[in-house]
Design a protein around this ligand. Structure first.
Ligand code: ADP
Ligand code: MG
Length: 239
């Protein structure tokens, strides 16, 4: 609508491709689990940042997104909030004796994975939402054991995840959200084929791709993962 266009212009949000819902102006306006709202508040987040205003409502309804926004603009919570909400709702609505992972976040480095997992634990406290870290430098046996005990989210680097998938039979067919953080950096580090290999082990998940900059290579990868991805850019385009 004209109102949505005006709001997006004010927030410097640009949307292209697939249709996505209007930006939200508060965390409480999109039906998040009560516990998640409390955790957001406890983290000191009073208002969503522009990238969160647009990504959260779109990701919550299952849209695949390619999002670009500056460093420090709050991209982590913009994918963790919908990931946690969708995972917790799924677990609450399904009786299962075998808990397979529901979401996966790939980042280019161990340090980034640790940061993302820490924030996920903070925002997911008190919900049916457990996390596993799959990075180099720690024993793989412990990482496998944790996944086998039942987790909702796996956070890992592409190389270590491939190692784990080749050596162990981890069932990934329940993964409904696949997040690629810092895609530009992952491509620069030569992770393209490993990311594609992991993607092929999944069954048509929602894709959330985040990047500080969108190159042709990033766009090419996005379109090879999903047909109709929506492009969301925040801030002035292509600085
Ligand atoms: P990016 O991934 O875009 O570089 P981060 O997700 O790491 O940015 O967020 C940068 C900082 O902003 C972090 O310290 C994070 O806790 C904080 N932050 C994120 N969202 C909000 C918010 N809505 N309100 C206040 N601070 C926030
Ligand atoms: Mg980030």
């Amino acid at each position: 609508s004209a109102q949505t266009d005006l709001l997006r212009r004010k927030l410097e949000i640009n949307v292209k491709g697939n249709v996505v819902p209007a930006p939200i102006l508060s965390f409480s306006s999109c039906n998040l689990p009560q516990k998640l709202l409390q955790n957001i508040e406890a983290a000191g987040y009073e208002m969503p940042t522009p990238v969160q205003m647009q990504s959260i409502p779109a990701a919550l309804i299952g849209k695949s997104l390619l999002v670009s926004a500056d460093t420090g603009s709050g991209k982590t919570a913009s994918f963790l909030v919908p990931v946690i909400s969708r995972c917790a709702n799924f677990r609450n609505g399904h009786l299962q004796n075998q808990k397979k992972p529901l979401a996966m976040v790939l980042t280019p480095t161990r340090e980034l994975c640790i940061q993302v997992e820490e924030q996920a634990k903070l925002l997911g406290k008190g919900l049916p939402f457990k996390t596993a870290l799959v990075v180099g430098g720690d024993a793989m046996a412990g990482q496998i054991y944790r996944i086998q005990q039942g987790v909702e989210l796996i956070v890992g680097t592409p190389g270590r995840l491939i190692d784990l998938l080749i050596k162990h039979d981890i069932e990934l067919d329940d993964i409904m959200i696949f997040v690629l953080d810092e895609v530009d950096c992952m491509l620069q580090r030569g992770f393209r084929d490993q990311v594609m290999q992991i993607f092929r082990a999944l069954s048509q998940p929602q894709i959330l791709m985040y990047s500080a900059t969108i190159s042709q290579e990033v766009e090419k990868m996005a379109s090879s993962l999903v047909k109709d991805i929506a492009l969301v850019s925040v801030g002035r385009p292509n600085k």
